[in-house]
Design a protein around this ligand. Structure first.
Ligand SMILES: Nc1ncnc2c1ncn2[C@@H]1O[C@H](COP(=O)(O)OP(=O)(O)OP(=O)(O)O)[C@@H](O)[C@H]1O
Length: 894
């Protein structure tokens, strides 16, 4: 706090308070912690002598403690302790000191003070831990102070002192229990108005002080302090010395500078020094002001660190001390951005961020966020494309080389590439998005790879299985900690060109409507050729043109792809492979590939066709060839080990076992290498059982056969269903039972129309494989057959499979997935298939010829056709009934 100094008479002798590294100037109020042994007795005495009201009458001489040079050393006698130190003169160096809270050196630091002219001695700590002072340590100029407050505190006292007038130290008259000294007051002389030089100095002081105070104002100093300063400034002409002392106590200055002001007892000396220090302080304030203006409005508690860094940066700039490393970094970023050839909109965003970056400290977290962002902008292929090779012939060769069969799929891909080529020639590049649909391992991913290779483009696979969050596709906004761009932008960065082939793998597994937006909605934009040229990732927040990317999606099933997404894609279906196809794929692709992967030569591994077929039938059950590839891999590995062992033996010339390496794997070797056969042919090895019928299933990841088992038990006519069945399949079972019950007489299960076959019985229908959910209406006719078989005790051959929806009127309705179902049934050993008449076209169009050759297809339009064929003529409509008289026309009239 600052107060005007009153004029008080100063006695000749005053108690002396040492002040380390601090200076008290007249007119200034200061608070001190007193813990020194040589000062505490003084305040003990004051407390005993004065009561609280009279405290302000007590005057003390406050003198700074300095390490005197030989010329400034006082010749006052030393105290006893320092006298002993006189003999231990062993140091001539001055050290910088750590200070305790009172501003005194710490005990472990021996300060060096002069004890007599031309001699310096180290000073030992006293028993209390404080350095022991001698009279020669006192600066010759000090200040008389009056006590404003005195309180006991831990380890000593807290005092508030107010400077009154400068003093000269004449003589230390006592050192114990505290210092006392003879002093002479040095009050400022009144200003001589006729002294022109002085008047000029005062004018300079006034103007610089005003500037200083107005700067303080804008830095929002506490109002009372400002008010006092302003009041004092009004008196600058009258009491310039006091104003100088006051101002000097408010500015940042070193101990030496403060001593210099204290020593300047003449105004003509003090004012110019003050003007110089004030000018310097104003410069510093102006810089702070600049920073303050920059960050004003943004400053909150958390941003304090940021504010301080700004301040440091501005000061560095002012001093021309900008970090060279930083500059290099800036130049690197700028060069990278320039090389990236950014579109104008992106360039603007980059410039904006660059500007912000330059103002930041590299250590700040915000700096690395912006730096990261700019890195992303610089790394993306905004204008970099690879050259397209749109040579249909070359593409055909590539596809044929990489994949066996799949003729329709390859034809469609080639058409697509040809159309793309024509569109590119016309300057349009918007085509449909291809979506390859099929069970796992049928070559969807590898087809995508072949397309990229054929076109000479980079390939990138984005696995979408289990993507639930929109931000995984579109990125996180930069406001999130650790935000990053989404999968699309990541892919582009990796590819380094803006026209790669992106394979969106398993697009059917993209979760929709999660808690964090709908990822499939993001794909609507990505895959729409009309709008994907302005795709905006949340992190980048600037549009990126995706229209040059060739998107290919893959899916196992189309059931879970949202309709709007399906609408944007052209579906190409890959059904599963037959055994014959698998054999060809294994021979031509998988075996050579595995030989290569295991470091063998072609002649080092051979496998008989018989063995390969057994691997496919006995060790795998799949629509694709992935497991087959793995098993082939196992065979090759086993042979590779054998080969390596024999080679080693040859090299080390071990005699004895001279077994030669045989590259051929035969049927007989399989069990030893791959273990027991895993799958036996389900249907051919099954004996026909009443109540059990072979059905056909298609569940999105491929076709298969499934058995429908029914049994009769005592009860009251209830139907029980098990096997993880969905609503539709349950309804099929009810329809089947109702039809069998109502046609018991025609089928020949009862002797009269009125007889209820389930009067005292319950029926249980079960579909094994409870772990797999089953649904759909296509098991309808198989259920009817299972029930009829159970009630009639007649069997349906296990190699006869059937699929078809069934209506209550006995009609057989068409179903989907025919190709997959037929191929799977063929694999399982089925030799006769009963299916709806209206599915005949699917068989003709989709089922491979070799499969068709192996299977007898029977097409049914009514359930009577089905029963006749399934039971091989043993179940037919009772003669004379409407059903026996023929056709649906009669049935429907009943
Ligand atoms: N017709 C084929 N000709 C040659 N190799 C094939 C053929 N079909 C599949 N393959 C091979 O089978 C392996 C599995 O194929 P791929 O990974 O492409 O299956 P996918 O259909 O993408 O499966 P998923 O749906 O599980 O991703 C690959 O090594 C692939 O080369």
């Amino acid at each position: 706090m600052i107060r005007s100094a009153p004029s008080i008479p100063v006695p000749r002798t005053l108690p002396l308070l040492p002040l380390q590294d601090r200076v008290l100037l007249p007119g200034v109020v200061t608070r001190l912690q007193i813990t020194r042994r040589d000062s505490i007795p003084l305040f003990e005495k004051i407390l005993r002598t004065y009561d609280a009201k009279e405290l302000s009458k007590c005057l003390i001489a406050v003198f700074p403690v300095t390490a005197p040079t030989s010329s400034s050393s006082s010749k006052v006698t030393t105290n006893s302790e320092s006298a002993t130190n006189d003999n231990s003169n062993n140091s001539g160096k001055t050290k910088s000191k750590k200070k305790n809270d009172q501003g005194y050196p710490n005990p472990e630091d021996a300060i060096v003070v002069g004890s007599s002219v031309g001699q310096v001695v180290p000073m030992r700590p006293s028993k209390s831990g404080h350095a022991v002072l001698t009279p020669s340590n006192f600066h010759p100029t000090g200040c008389a102070a009056r006590l404003v407050r005195l309180e006991r505190a831990v380890g000593g006292f807290t005092v508030v002192l107010e400077g009154i007038v400068r003093l000269r130290l004449n003589k230390v008259v006592s050192q114990s229990p505290f210092f006392e000294a003879e002093v002479t007051p040095l009050p400022d002389r009144p200003v001589d108005k006729s002294d022109q030089e002085m008047q000029d100095q005062i004018i300079a002081l006034r103007s610089i002080s005003k500037e200083f105070v107005s700067l303080l104002q804008s830095l929002k100093l506490p109002a009372p302090v400002l008010a006092q300063l302003q009041k004092f400034l009004e008196n600058v002409a009258l009491v310039p010395g006091q104003v100088v002392d006051l101002l000097m106590s408010t500015i940042e200055s070193t101990f030496e500078e403060k001593l210099m002001i204290l020593d300047a007892t003449e105004l003509s000396e003090r004012i110019p020094k003050a003007v110089e220090l004030l000018t310097r302080q104003i410069q510093v304030l102006k810089i702070s002001q600049k920073v303050h203006d920059n960050v004003e409005g943004k400053l909150n508690k958390k941003q304090r660190e940021f504010y301080l860094r700004q301040q440091m940066q501005a000061i560095k700039e002012e001093l021309g001390e900008k970090d060279v490393g930083e500059e290099d970094e800036m130049v690197t970023i700028e060069n990278r951005l320039a090389a990236a050839n950014l579109p104008s909109e992106v360039q603007k965003a980059a410039d904006r961020e660059m500007k912000r970056l330059k103002k930041m400290q590299p250590a700040s977290s915000e700096y690395s966020v912006i730096r990261n962002y700019l890195d992303w902008l610089g790394d993306l292929p905004w204008a970099k494309s690879s050259d397209d090779i749109l040579d249909v012939e070359r593409a055909r060769k590539q596809l044929n080389d990489d994949h066996h069969g799949l003729e329709k799929v390859k034809r469609r891909i080639l058409e697509y590439l040809a159309v793309t080529k024509l569109q590119q020639m016309k300057g349009e590049v918007k085509g449909p998005i291809l979506c390859l649909v099929g069970p796992p391992g049928v070559g969807k991913t590898s087809l995508g790879r072949s397309i990229a290779a054929a076109m000479g483009r980079k390939f990138h696979r984005i696995s979408l299985g289990g993507v639930w969050d929109e931000s995984e596709i579109r990125g996180h906004r930069r406001t999130y900690v650790g935000a990053l761009p989404g999968l699309i932008i990541h892919g582009l960065k990796k590819c380094e060109v803006n026209n790669p082939v992106f394979l969106l793998d398993e697009i059917d597994k993209v979760g929709s409507r999660g808690h964090h937006g709908d990822p499939s909605a993001a794909f609507l934009e990505v895959l729409d050729p009309e709008q994907n040229n302005t795709f905006t990732d949340h992190y980048l927040n600037v549009p990126f043109d995706l229209s040059k990317i060739l998107f290919i999606a893959t899916a196992n099933s189309i059931d879970t792809i949202p309709a709007p997404l399906m609408d944007r894609m052209e579906l190409i279906t890959l059904p599963g492979y037959t055994y014959a196809e698998k054999l060809a794929i294994a021979t031509n692709h998988l075996v050579p590939k595995q030989i290569r992967l295991h470091g063998l030569d072609e002649e080092d591994f051979k496998v008989s066709e018989e063995a390969l077929l057994k691997v496919a039938t006995g060790y795998t059950r799949e629509s694709g060839v992935r497991q087959l590839e793995r098993e082939v891999g196992s065979l090759v590995r086993a042979k590779a080990v054998e080969y390596a062992e024999i080679q080693e033996r040859k090299l080390s010339k071990v005699t004895g076992n001279k077994a030669e390496y045989l590259p051929l794997v035969t049927l007989a070797d399989l069990e030893e290498i791959l273990g027991q056969e895993k799958y036996v042919n389900e249907v051919t090895e099954r004996t026909p059982t009443p109540g059990v019928v072979t059905g056909m299933a298609y569940n999105g990841v491929g076709g298969g056969i499934l058995f429908i088992e029914s049994s009769l038990m005592p009860g009251k006519g209830h139907l029980q269903l098990t096997g993880s069945l969905g609503d539709v399949i349950k309804e099929s079972a009810q329809i089947a039972l109702s039809w069998v019950k109502s046609h018991g007489y025609e089928i020949g299960l009862t002797n009269s129309r009125a007889q209820n076959i389930m009067e005292k019985a319950d029926v249980h229908i079960h579909m094994p494989g409870g772990g797999t959910p089953k649904d759909g209406p296509s098991a309808g006719i198989a259920m009817v057959c299972a029930l009829v078989s159970m009630f009639s005790d007649q069997t349906v051959p296990a190699t006869t499979a059937m699929t078809g929806e069934f209506t209550l009127r006995g009609l057989v309705m068409p179903v989907g997935g025919i190709k997959e179902k037929v191929i799977a049934a063929h694999r399982a050993g089925v030799r006769r298939i009963i299916m709806p008449l209206r599915n005949r076209k699917d068989v003709v169009a989709d089922v491979p010829l070799n499969v068709r050759d192996d299977i007898e297809f029977v097409y049914a339009s009514t359930i009577w056709d089905v029963l006749r064929v399934a039971f091989e003529g043993r179940i037919v409509a009772r003669p004379g009934t409407a059903a026996a008289n023929g056709g649906m026309a009669l049935e429907s009239r009943m």
